[in-house]
Design a protein around this ligand. Structure first.
Ligand code: OKP
Ligand code: ZN
Length: 333
């Protein structure tokens, strides 16, 4: 299993996030990547695929915002990381505004995803790690993209949930552009991947299946409910399997079996796994109860289907177990 990672991904290190009515330390820390690397051992640097595959998924105005927001913020006399406080949700019109606070609201979905001077660079290399791991898998190899910052909450034109560039979507689109006609994404992070769902909502060529904490009780609240199935050409290629807090392997594995059966009917040329290990029993921000050994079981069930599998990293915040949990999953593949 080749591991793809770039040290520039460590540069994104916001000081704090706004959560449950107050400031808390940022949970998606660079040490997460270091903890995984310490257990996984050797990694290789990504190949630079340029901005093309990123712009194939993300809005050009949004990409420009990620690059320029920190300078605009400083210009406005602000200290610290860029963070929004007004969102154009109600009767939103696409108005061409320039004040940094208007842009921050226009291009984000929450106050938990600050932008620092190094954010673009870190997110760019996180996406390149995904693209390089994709190359390896399409060539018949096995690869894990150690993506960080993560991606599955980011939509075509917004950041959120610690995510800026949607690495799974970028890899899926790149695979489509390399003539893989049907691509499936299985998202097993604790949180619903609203950004990935959103990006492929109306498309029949990319299947999105997600197992996650019920959004009635957990972030991102507004997406991931069982009745969300896609629209237009995408009806039936979105599958949401919300589970209650406290879920253990038995129910999770049953849900994954259901997802894999649906993906089998779709008959993908490639499976992308959005792997979050915030489903682990000791995760500080989540409430499922999977054990380290469970990840090998889940991965074994995925591997048994026989599709080429690209695994890329999403969440997981228990630094002490992150490496072991990912290693367990990769061993099961
Ligand atoms: C990102 B990923 C806790 C804040 C929780 C944001 C959750 C983002 C999860 N300090 N709000 O899906 O793991
Ligand atoms: Zn998560």
């Amino acid at each position: 299993m080749r591991v793809v990672f770039d040290p520039r991904q460590l540069g994104h290190a916001p000081a704090r996030e706004f959560h449950n009515g107050g400031w808390t330390p940022y949970a998606e820390v660079p040490a997460r990547a270091e903890a995984m690397l310490a257990v996984l051992g050797a990694s290789e640097a990504p190949v630079d695929h340029g901005e093309g595959p990123i712009l194939a998924v993300h809005d050009a105005g949004y990409v420009d915002y990620l690059k320029t927001a920190p300078a605009r913020w400083a210009e406005a006399g602000r200290e610290g990381d860029v963070i929004a406080y007004t969102w154009p949700v109600v009767r939103r019109r696409d108005i061409d505004l320039t004040r940094i606070d208007a842009l921050a609201g226009r291009y984000s979905m929450d106050a938990a995803t600050p932008i620092t001077a190094n954010t673009w660079d870190a997110a760019y290399w996180s996406a390149q790690a995904a693209l390089t791991a994709l190359d390896i898998v399409l060539d018949g190899g096995q690869a894990f993209a150690l993506c960080r910052p993560p991606g599955h909450h980011a939509g075509a034109d917004y950041c959120g949930g610690y995510c800026h560039l949607n690495t799974a979507a970028i890899a899926a689109q790149a695979a489509r552009d390399r003539d893989r006609a049907r691509v499936a994404i299985l998202d097993i992070d604790y949180h619903h991947g609203n950004g990935t769902q959103d990006i492929f909502w109306s498309r029949g060529d990319v299947f999105y299946a997600s197992i996650h904490a019920d959004p009635a009780t957990d972030y991102p609240f507004y997406w991931g409910h069982a009745d969300e199935v896609g629209e237009g050409a995408g009806v039936g290629t979105t599958l949401n399997l919300p589970l209650p807090q406290g879920t253990t392997l038995e129910a999770f594995r049953a849900a994954q079996g259901h997802a894999l059966a649906a993906i089998a009917r779709f008959a993908p040329d490639l499976l992308i796994v959005s792997l979050g290990v915030d489903t682990w029993e000791g995760d500080p921000i989540s409430a499922f109860r999977l054990t380290t050994a469970d990840y090998a079981v889940l991965a074994g069930n995925i591997a048994a289907a026989g599709w080429p599998v690209l695994t890329l990293m999403e969440g997981g915040y228990a630094l002490e177990a992150l490496g072991a949990n990912v290693a367990s999953f990769l061993s099961g593949l």
